[in-house]
Structure formats: C-alpha cells, structure tokens
Design a protein around this ligand. Structure first.
Ligand SMILES: [Zn+2]
Length: 338
C-alpha cells in the first residue's frame, strides 16, 4: 500500500491543514517527505471528516458506503467507495489490467483509514477514493517503474477520465506510481458525464454487430480482410467476400473454437477485432483507418496509429455516443462496421 499522497492542490492544503501538517506538506511539495515518521491512523490522530480530496472519510467503512472491488479476479482490499467512485476506479483498474500491466495479487489496495504521514490530513484511501495497483512493482518514492509505452497507456486512461482521476506518478514531489485517486470534489460536474460514458462499457452484451458473408463487398469486407491478416491469415485485401475470404474466415473460426461457417457474425467479430490505439501499428490499424474513412472521418491508411488517427477516432466515437477516448476497442469496432 502506498504510504501517502502529499500533492493535493497547495491552496487546498493550506486552507485546511493545521500548522504542523502545513509544514510537513510544504516540505512534501519540495520532495523532502521521504523518511518522515509514519503516522498510523485510527489512534485519534485524524479528526477531519473528509480526506484530502474533499470526500467524506470514516473509520467505519459501512458509514461511507465502502463496497468490494474485484477486477479480473483480483480483489482490492478493503474495496472502494460505492457508486460513481466505484465505477470510475473500477474502470481505471480494468484498463490498467488490460492495457498497462496485468494485475498481480497481493499488491492491490483500496480503502484504508489513515492519515498522510507527517500530517494530520486524511489520505484519500480513508474515503475509499484511491487505489494502489501492483504495489510491489511500483514502490512509493520510485519513478520510472513503468516503461514509456506503459506510461502512454496510463496517459490514455487518464485522458479518458477527463481530469477526474490523478495518477501518483504525476505528483510534483515524491512519486507514487502505484496510486490512482479521484482528483475532484464530490458533485464535480465532470463526474456524472464520465460515469454515464464508462458505466456501460464493461460488459457489452447488447453491442450490435453486422453479419457479413460470401457475396458481400465494401468497407466491412475490407476491414474483415485486414483483421484476418492481423490475425495471421494470408489473403489479398480486395473488399470482396469471395471463396478465399470464406476459407480464411473458417480457418480463423476453427482456431478460436467457433462454428466454422465462414460467416462473420457477432461472435466472430468479437474474436476478430483487435483493440488499437495511439502507438499501435499494422494491419488492424489499416482496418480501423479505412473504416473511419468509410464513415466520413478521412485518414491516410498508413497503418500507424498516431495523433491524427486518434483525433478522428474520438470524433467518430463522439458521433456515436461512445466514450471518446480514441481507443478503437470492441464497441467502437462494432459501430464502425455495423
Ligand atoms: Zn495509494
């Protein structure tokens, strides 16, 4: 578990922290808190009703609606605040697991009633509005524990959260790269739209997909052919669903234990699409670029997912009511090819 996060907005800290805490936090802003004495919460040290970010905190988890959080089979003891916070931090953890680094257990944490070391301010963990992920790999005070690619994926997650979530790796003083927290106050106007956008993205059982089969032609077939190539199947991309394409679809379906009927329906689409985002390259990116172009978001199909592709992807997502994160995942693929 991270020991602390000492970088809430300085004006907030100065407005609320008692003298001793203020001194400690000013030192913290200069990165000098390392080695400071650990103050254990629960012994009467903390009297504030809110954690550093302004959310209600309590030594009684039930009093503030702490609920369990499990992501990909990995529990976050002792859970996080329920409702919107749970949705947001769960979203961050799921994307961290799938895009940045697979979660490991033990090493993930949520609610914990305690103060910030060296101060009397309550940690955001004390309100259940912070999580630590893969703590042993990203120890408090260390920077550079993630690769550049991983950092760019973290940036993508943060961007999706529209300022609602802050990463401890962005603290100006002591880094805390295991740590993600809600960085806005309760009722902030950015929370509800974010929850509305991400709330339905986790399981997507109702996502509608097209059905494409022999005899079809056009951009859907082009996308399928590029995606088949991305999946290791060899064929020419001509936008025509002929016998070779049928054969390659069947081979792909067999490889995934799907019914090998040569028809690209929902199950085959889900298995076939590849999530692409800023930094991705290859046939799946070509597929996405051509599909975006076909949908009116014109792009050069160069197979390199850069800023322009991300921008067009976001515009498309916005037009379809999807979370505009620039990541072309299953839901965006479905809308692109429906
Ligand atoms: Zn933490």
């Amino acid at each position: 578990m991270c020991e602390q996060h000492d970088q809430q907005g300085p004006s907030d800290v100065r407005a609320t922290a008692p003298d001793v805490g203020r001194r400690a936090l000013v030192r913290g802003a200069g990165g000098l808190l390392l080695g400071g004495g650990l103050v254990v919460a629960g012994a009467g040290a903390a009297r504030a009703a809110t954690s550093q970010n302004g959310w209600p905190a309590s030594s009684s988890p039930s009093a503030i609606g702490i609920t369990g959080l499990t992501v990909a089979g990995h529990a976050f003891p002792s859970g996080v605040r329920g409702g919107q916070v749970h949705t947001i931090l769960g979203y961050v953890a799921r994307r961290f697991h799938s895009e940045v680094e697979a979660l490991v257990t033990p090493g993930n944490w949520g609610y914990n009633y305690r103060v910030i070391s060296g101060s009397t301010s309550l940690s955001n963990h004390a309100s259940g509005t912070a999580i630590d992920v893969n703590a042993p790999r990203h120890p408090l005070g260390s920077s550079g524990t993630f690769s550049a690619t991983q950092v760019s994926r973290i940036r993508s997650i943060l961007s999706s959260c529209n300022g609602v979530v802050r990463w401890g790796g962005d603290y100006s003083g002591r880094k805390d790269e295991m740590h993600f927290e809600i960085n806005v106050r309760p009722g902030d106007s950015r929370i509800a739209p974010l929850v509305a956008k991400i709330g339905g993205t986790t399981p997507a059982p109702t996502t509608a997909w097209s059905t494409v089969q022999s005899g079809a032609s056009g951009f859907r077939v082009t996308a399928i052919q590029h995606l088949l190539r991305a999946r290791g199947q060899s064929l020419t991309v001509d936008g025509v669903f002929g016998s070779v394409t049928v054969s390659r679809v069947k081979a792909f379906q067999s490889s995934r234990s799907l019914l090998a009927d040569g028809v690209v329906g929902p199950k085959t689409w889900v298995a076939l699409v590849v999530t692409v985002q800023n930094g991705s390259s290859g046939q799946a990116v070509v597929a996405a670029q051509k599909a975006l172009t076909a949908r009116g978001y014109s792009l050069t199909a160069d197979g390199v997912f850069g800023a322009t592709t991300a921008s067009k992807a976001k515009a498309f997502q916005t037009s379809r009511g999807l979370l505009a994160d620039g990541v072309v995942g299953a839901q965006t693929w479905a809308k692109l090819t429906i």
